[in-house]
Design a binder for this molecule. Sequence first.
Ligand code: SAH
Length: 352
Amino acid sequence: MVELAEKPHLLQPDPEKLNRWLQERGQPPFRARQVKKWLFEKRVTGFQEMTDLPRKLRDELADHFELWTTQVVRHQQASDGTEKLLLQLADGGRIECVLLRDGIRRSICISSQVGCAMGCVFCASGLDGVERNLTSGEILEQMLRLQHLLEPEERLSHIVMMGMGEPLANLNQVLDALDEASSSTGLGISARRITISTVGLPEAMDRLTRTVPRYHLAVSLHAPNDALRDQLVPINRRIGIQRVIAAADRYFDASGRRLTFEYVLLADINDRPEHAQQLASLLRGRPALLNVIPYNLVPGLPYRTPLTSAVQRFREILEQAGLVIKFRQRKGDQIAAACGQLRRITPASQKQ
Ligand code: SAH
């Protein structure tokens, strides 16, 4: 594990770390619960706010542990309630995370890596490859930083691992963080409301199937045949659509949770009627939801969002085939909410 801060990161999940430390100081075991309650439920930003702990203990905690390892470099707010943070990690790497407000939903979109190695041609996150995996503490820290943006009466309701990076390429750290997020002594968000989005890595999907088929799984398909998918999602050349779908089916068998397939519509590339027809035959009969995502323009990339008429045509073919589809609404356009973009347009020297 990468330990980046000089002091141990308190948010790095390790149930024994705090217990042991408290025990060495002769503190009762319930102190650990108190600390977690302050962090996850009462949303404090520092040890001094943990007012039911003895003052000396608060000082010692602050001397011994790092609570935050990231700095907020930018905080953007869109008029639709979407907020986005650009965070700088202790080693200078930068990641993005987003809070989305939709009715009573408060969803957060979390990054799993600095950059991404998958190389999807239309995506901003992978343009410079991957720098490193995030630690589970850094993944959890994004969640808490976004929770701090809520009003006191608002509660986080959903988590999507759809920020920068490929979560299944950093599965151990992602799962440790999600354990804490879904635990009743952590963020308490039900596993049913947590989505792991993957480019489709069959071995890692099978590991999820064997170990924790508790989360909602979304698979980024983006093309209905291998020739096109090989171009758009280069990792597909080593895998192939059939293996991805077979692994997704096994996950469904184990989890009983309806799968989601994601499909970013790119004008004149994967939005033609024959693509919709192929997609319909590929997914027919599966208890799956097809999530069609309008493309968020990425400066410097040649891809475009299809015209409404093309989207409509695409939709009708899928609906006629009886597929369950959702056309995702666009949110946070004004703040470059497609992950990986803010990082690219913010100069390295900029601080909040
Ligand atoms: N690596 C994971 C998580 C990535 S982000 C995965 O591939 O699923 C979540 C989704 O956003 C993916 O489906 C991804 O392909 C899509 N995406 C990436 N860039 C986009 C853009 N500019 N506009 C719309 N969707 C995009």
